[in-house]
Design a protein around this ligand. Structure first.
Ligand code: HGY
Ligand code: MN
Ligand code: MN
Length: 416
């Protein structure tokens, strides 16, 4: 049977159009959760969902749902698709947005082809997947699965001092639907890989079977401000130097361990932040990840021990605040097999793989059979304006999603 195909030009045009929303005077794309620029992206998405004839629902944490349902399947649990449209700072145009827009494209294609799903199909854009402005990341999907009370989530204070609930109300996305009320029969998320594996191996489709654990902490080091010129090295309580030692420790510890763990210090702030003053305070974040929970705990413990050692050796005080902690997640192997079968039938090379990045799928996997489809990221680059995926790969991924949706939304599919 000839394979159906999505409307490639419609999908690619929308990705470009959404990618143009939220650019600053220098042309950089930044749509942080619940910001004015993200509102513009949300408005564009809701417009497309409405034009496609979907029922729109916004829940109290701002998750956006577009549901295709008919009177004869309205009682069934929906097949949920989607991802996120918030971005990091100076972002690429595919992270999250590709999955949301491809999900909409699949629904529009199925509607145009007269497909009658046995269950409703929902497109979802989850709030604050990136976690850049409000921690933790994947916040909207975490609330959706009951992992965080919506009141606590709405009270979250941002790095810029704003409160999430007030910002959602300000941009008009403090919805009324109770989070979690749309219970999925299954969830499939299409996403760019954001890493080097598929690109390096020239493989088009990643059938993602698991996702690594994530640990986010904020570390504050308090030393003593002093004169950069008159203070002998042995007399310093240098918060900046202590922070630098911690970064080096993480890199060397992981290198020695020969494990696939990764560590990132993505934000760092000194006080008083003056060229000729020894820093009295250093505040920075530590992002640790590993596919194995025991190894991740071991890495966290090694860091905690080193913080004690550095505090004693450098004469500083160190405090730690936990920002996020998610264990590794295994996805539904029945859906993974369906992804592989679609790729094979379409003559596309595929491989099973682990997700290095966090995704909303890792939350929805707590309440329903879930899996992800990856397509290659050129040179493995992401969270960077150079993020790029070839149009043919974008279309191929959306066509595999189309097949998987048809398979799951038809009456026969019962999960793995
Ligand atoms: O941090 C992550 O992996 C995701 O991009 N939020
Ligand atoms: Mn993403
Ligand atoms: Mn991301």
């Amino acid at each position: 049977m000839p394979h159906q195909s999505i409307n490639a030009e419609r999908l690619l045009a929308r990705i470009r159009e959404l990618g143009a929303i939220g650019r600053d005077g220098r042309g950089q794309l930044t749509r942080l959760a619940a910001s004015d620029t993200e509102k513009l992206g949300r408005d564009a998405l809701v417009g497309w969902l409405e034009a496609a004839g979907l029922d729109i629902a916004i829940d109290r944490i701002g998750n956006i749902f577009g549901v295709w349902q008919s009177h004869d399947n309205a009682g069934q649990l929906p097949l949920m698709l989607g991802s996120h449209i918030d971005t990091v700072i100076n972002a690429g145009i595919y992270d999250g947005c590709y999955g949301v827009l491809a999900a909409l494209e699949v629904i529009e294609t199925l509607k145009e082809q007269g497909f009658t799903p046995a269950r409703p199909i929902a497109v979802t854009a989850f709030t604050n997947e990136e976690g850049v402005r409000y921690a933790p990341d994947m916040l909207g999907s975490l609330v959706h699965v009951g992992g965080l009370a919506v009141e606590a989530a709405l009270a979250t204070v941002a790095t810029d001092g704003t409160v999430l609930g007030s910002e959602l109300a300000r941009i008009g996305y403090a919805g009324s639907v109770e989070p979690g009320s749309l219970k999925p029969h299954a969830y499939v998320e299409l996403h760019i890989e954001q890493g080097p594996v598929l690109d390096r191996e020239a493989i088009t489709i990643g059938a993602v079977e698991n996702l690594q654990g994530i640990s986010w902490q904020r570390v504050t080091i308090d030393g003593v401000a002093n004169h950069a010129g008159t203070t002998p090295m042995a007399m310093r309580c240098d918060a900046g130097l202590a922070a630098a030692r911690i970064g080096l420790f993480l890199r060397d510890h992981i290198t020695r361990s020969n494990a696939p763990s990764v560590a990132t210090i993505g934000t760092m702030r000194f006080e008083p932040d003056a060229i000729n003053v020894i820093p009295s305070r250093a505040t920075f974040t530590v992002d640790l990840r590993d596919p194995d929970e025991d190894r991740l705990q071991g890495l966290e413990a090694a860091l905690a021990d080193f913080l004690l050692r550095v505090a004693a050796e450098e004469g500083v005080e160190i405090s730690v605040e936990r920002l996020a902690r998610f264990q590794p997640v295994a996805f539904d192997l029945g859906i993974v097999a369906t992804i592989e079968a679609s790729a094979k039938a379409r003559g596309l090379k595929s491989r099973r793989m682990t997700s290095g990045a966090g995704h909303d799928a890792q939350m929805i996997a707590r309440i329903a059979p879930t899996a992800m489809i990856f397509v290659p990221s050129r040179d493995g680059i992401s969270h960077n304006p150079r993020e790029h995926t070839e149009a043919d790969d974008l279309v191929a991924g959306a066509n595999v999603l189309l097949d998987v949706v048809e398979r799951i939304a038809c009456s026969g599919w019962k999960g793995s």
